[in-house]
Design a protein around this ligand. Structure first.
Ligand code: SF4
Ligand code: SF4
Length: 99
C-alpha cells in the first residue's frame, strides 16, 4: 500500500463555473483549452446536479505548491488530500503475468 496525493472534490460547494477546467487545460497546453483538462465538470440540465471528475492524467500539478485547479476555485470546492492505493510488488506482477 502507498499514500499518494490527490484532489478532493466537495461537490456541495461547486457552482459549476468550470474555472478549474480552464486552469487545468491551460496548465497542460498553455492555451485556454479545457478539452485537455484532467478535471471535468458537467451539469445535468434536468436535475441541475453538478458532477466533477478527476481523470487519471491528473498529476496533482507536481511542479506547483498549490495545484492550479485549487488556486482558481473560489468556493473552495477542491482541496488537496491523500488516498491509500494498492501497490503491486514485482512478485505480484510476475504471478499476474503467468495466470
Ligand atoms: S472551479 Fe470550483 S466551483 Fe468552479 S467548477 Fe471547478 S470545482 Fe466547481
Ligand atoms: S491538480 Fe493540476 S493536473 Fe490535476 S486536475 Fe488540478 S490543475 Fe489539473
Amino acid at each position: 500500500m502507498a499514500i499518494i496525493e490527490t484532489i478532493l472534490v466537495h461537490s456541495q460547494l461547486c457552482t459549476g463555473c468550470r474555472a478549474c477546467e480552464l486552469a487545468c487545460g491551460f496548465r497542460w497546453t498553455k492555451q485556454m483549452n479545457p478539452s485537455q483538462a484532467s478535471i471535468v465538470v458537467r451539469r445535468d440540465d434536468h436535475t441541475g446536479q453538478i458532477e466533477v471528475k478527476i481523470h487519471a492524467s491528473c498529476d496533482v500539478c507536481q511542479e506547483r505548491e498549490i495545484p492550479m485547479c485549487i488556486q482558481v476555485c473560489n468556493p473552495r470546492a477542491l482541496s488537496l488530500g491523500r488516498k491509500l492505493v494498492q501497490t503491486l510488488t514485482q512478485a505480484d506482477k510476475s504471478s499476474g503475468e503467468e495466470s
